[in-house]
Design a protein around this ligand. Structure first.
Ligand SMILES: *Cc1c(COP(=O)(O)O)cnc(C)c1O
Length: 491
């Protein structure tokens, strides 16, 4: 197996492989060191300085890999956001499970490509096995199928793409895959709540329908789509000779964590002749909790569902899936290539169901996680996380310097500084204070919290994902935010 030239030190070769062993051992030691010694979510290095140091790397002169690993450790790893830190609490950005990280080692070294069976023999079956497990978990029925994606964005795009093609065929036997958009494309409409994820609009744009084809329905105080309004809007659109073809229901909105009444939304969609898609990127994970899964009732009836494993399933980025109720709908993505997936191939080629060609073997992460952690344990993570979120919201509520913006529904806490802190500041200055506060905490490296808008008003947000945290972990974080805010106002 020895190569005939001297390049073998660059590749993870078969046979004895000292270079590979040394590099992986050095990398592992660097990461261990970082995790042992880090004390804050971010190093606190000034952004301009960080950029300058990175730009100073000279690519014209190659260096030994050992040196590159050390430089990367000093420059990149040590200035990375530490997702495990208790004060990293801004986004749906998870600390990964060990099972997922070690799966990445296999994924990277094996480098299987999921498009065809001859590039991924065991891997193809692993992905299909995970998809079948998911379809079963969500009880999507006999004809269900799915595919792994790069995350919620791709899953939402695929769901809506399949909806568009399905609708055009129902409407006029029009084949979008072959003939492009139908002549009534300008009239086609996607309906979702005003708290839906922006990827609905982005998908509409990519699909050639335009962002204006998305019609928003107002939400109730709980952030859920108003189902009566949904019904009225669909009727009104039809009365205007427009063509509503897809309804998106949210299982966990990004800010509030609101879960729509999925059963009602799917029912309305179906009666109106629309495809129903559930964006479960955040909340669909609750299906694994005995205590909370009833909140997803109706998800099993949807035509398609987006699930995101790099959020509440604690997988490394990237990892997601799209599930569909009737696998026949994947046919609109099917394209036979002579070199890859011939018609009549007996072995499965997953490219048949994917918008990607070369594709990562992310399914292995869920395969190893499911076996090492198990469904029951996931349920317990969520039960703890949701009750912890209520505790943290109580702490905010009881603190005179803060004001809770709404009762948490999933694992986010939306809050503002209270009028006590506002003092003489006008609204604009007070909003600015919130922004400055967040940036100050971020760039000093002390805490990473989020900023968003609720009903036009700027608010701060915690997104709790880490089930290892306990209520007491939040005391120092809340105190830090409080003292920083008071310092800023007294400056
Ligand atoms: C995160 C998220 C998305 C986008 O998913 P990515 O994995 O970031 O591509 C879509 N919808 C919701 C509700 C999300 O929370």
């Amino acid at each position: 197996m020895t190569a005939t030239n001297n390049w073998s030190g660059y590749f993870a070769q078969l046979g004895e492989n000292q270079a590979f062993e040394q590099a992986t051992a050095q990398t592992k030691a660097a990461i261990d060191g970082l995790f042992q010694h880090a004390t804050t979510p971010y190093s606190g290095l000034e952004p301009a300085l960080l950029k300058q140091q990175l730009n100073a790397v000279d690519f014209t002169q190659p260096a030994p890999l050992a040196e590159v690993i050390e430089t990367t450790n000093q420059l990149v790893a040590k200035n990375s956001l530490l997702v495990q830190h208790p004060h990293t609490i801004a986004h749906l950005h998870t600390p990964p499970l060990i099972a997922s990280i070690v799966a990445e080692h296999f994924i990277a070294a094996l480098n299987q490509s999921m498009d065809s069976w001859d590039q991924a023999p065991a891997a193809t079956f692993v992905e299909q096995q995970m998809v079948d497990w998911l379809c079963n978990t969500y009880q999507m029925g006999e004809r269900a199928d799915g595919v792994f994606t790069s995350g919620g964005t791709q899953s939402n795009l695929m769901g809506l793409l399949l909806a568009r093609d399905w609708f055009a065929y129902q409407q006029s036997q029009h084949d979008v895959q072959q003939d492009g958009l139908p002549d009534y494309a300008q009239k086609m409409r996607i309906i979702c709540s005003d708290k839906s994820h922006f990827t609905v609009q982005k998908s509409a744009s990519l699909m050639g329908l335009g962002e204006r084809s998305v019609v928003l329905v107002k939400t109730n105080v709980q952030g859920q789509i108003d189902v009566d309004e949904l019904q009225l809007i669909i009727e009104a659109l039809k009365a205007q000779d427009l063509l509503p073809f897809a309804v998106v229901a949210m299982a966990g909105t990004t800010d509030h964590g609101a879960i729509d009444d999925l059963e009602a939304v799917v029912d309305i969609a179906r009666n109106a002749g629309c495809w129903s898609h559930v964006d479960g990127a955040y909340g669909a994970a609750l299906q694994l909790s005995e205590q909370h899964k009833n909140r997803l009732k109706g998800i099993e009836l949807a035509d398609s569902v987006s699930v995101d494993f790099h959020k509440l399933f604690y997988q490394t980025i990237s990892c997601g899936a799209l599930l569909i109720k009737d696998k026949a709908n994947f046919n609109t993505l099917l394209h036979h290539a002579d070199y890859l997936n011939r018609e009549g191939d007996e072995l499965p080629n997953l490219v048949d169901k994917s918008i990607a060609t070369t594709k990562r073997f992310d399914a292995l992460k869920m395969f190893m996680t499911l076996k090492a952690v198990g469904v029951k344990q996931f349920g317990e993570f969520y039960d703890h996380l949701l009750s912890l979120t209520q505790d943290v919201a109580d702490k905010i509520h009881q603190n005179p310097h803060f004001e809770l913006c709404c009762t948490p529904l999933l694992s986010t806490v939306l809050f503002r500084l209270s009028s006590k802190v506002q003092g003489e500041l006008n609204e604009i200055e007070f909003n600015q204070l919130h922004q400055t506060l967040r940036l100050q905490l971020l760039t000093s490296g002390e805490a990473v919290i989020a900023e968003t808008k609720v009903d036009g008003q700027l608010v701060l947000k915690f997104t709790l994902l880490n089930p290892c945290l306990n209520s007491a972990d939040f005391d120092s974080l809340i105190a830090k935010i409080e003292t920083t805010a008071l310092q800023l106002i007294n400056q």
